[in-house]
Design a protein around this ligand. Sequence first.
Ligand code: 5AD
Ligand code: SF4
Length: 374
Amino acid sequence: MKYFIVTYGCQMNVHESEKIAGILENLGYSLAQNREEADIIVFNTCAIREGAEDRVFGNVGNLKKLKKKNKNLIIALCGCMTQKEETAQKMLRTFPFVDIIIGTFNLSKLGDYIESVKKGRQFEIWQEGEIDEVLPYKRSSGDNAWVNIMQGCNNFCTYCIVPYVRGREKSRKEENILNEIKNIVSEKKYKKITLLGQNVNSYGKDLNPQVSFAQLLKDICSIEGDFKLSFMTSHPKDLTNEVIDVIASEDKIEKYIHLPAQSGNNRILHLMNRKYTREKYLSIIQKIREKIPSCRITSDFIVGFPSETEEEFEDTYSLIKEVQFDSIFAFMYSPREGTVASKMENQVPENVKNERVNKLLKLEKKIQKETGKR
Ligand code: 5AD
Ligand code: SF4
């Protein structure tokens, strides 16, 4: 019996697909070379922008032919898209050949749904769930081992669907994280360990007793062995001086921070509910550069947020020019149903968003050329 997993979206999903692979291998499946030879195909979906969802709809549609050829093929959909009840219902209607649709909170029960599929289609979306502490992972990201430290997000940036599909912030127990990392290090297969969370800087606030992210980093670095540690994603409002100091002082921590700014304009940042200003963001960058001169810094930006004017976009442009990021990701704003921003007036036309995103990408190339950054 063979499995094939198709993954969309962020590193979190990439890592969750390793969890799916672990569950399937425990059930006796092995990795297929392609979809055609698979007995089960799992789509791990992403809902962050409309484009990602469209791609999933198109590609799941294409599986109909495979199912016709192989009646026993099991097709399962999971991830952020299926966690949205309406989208999941639509998928259920549109794709009668799909056998299993589950949300993000019940992923670890995938094995049970596969067992039950003989009895009929499985459709279950939970609204909440505990964080998975110990699970089999089939790691497949080369010499990098992903380690999930927390789940969910409490920030409710007004454009973002994540809090709705991943729930509130929940941290894994420090002891479990440290044990997982000790195991990874003892395997001697991995040079890099990357900690994952939507908002790693607020790690541990929900634990009793609380553990700070800086403390977690220090404790991981005290594990003996040869590895480099990095983490993503940091929110500028929560990046403490203590964390910057730990990055500066610990040799094991990579001198790299991904610090999404999203915009360089204060009115837009306020509308986005980011809880910092351009000035605050720049002061954090200055602090990082002072304490860790060699630090690589990358960022995310959204252009065409509702009501963003040309002048306000220029503020984003000038921020990027000023900071000289090592690289940036620039996205066209995509309205997500149920979020505050999707109901805002003055949505920006697609062609304007397109122009703005191209301007940022051009600027990024120019900076990289001038500074020799890659
Ligand atoms: N539209 C466009 N980009 C978005 N992002 C998050 N939500 C949206 C959206 N609705 C971007 C942000 C975030 C990155 C992972 O995706 O820049 O940092
Ligand atoms: Fe979304 Fe904001 Fe949370 Fe990031 S911090 S996941 S952008 S709500």
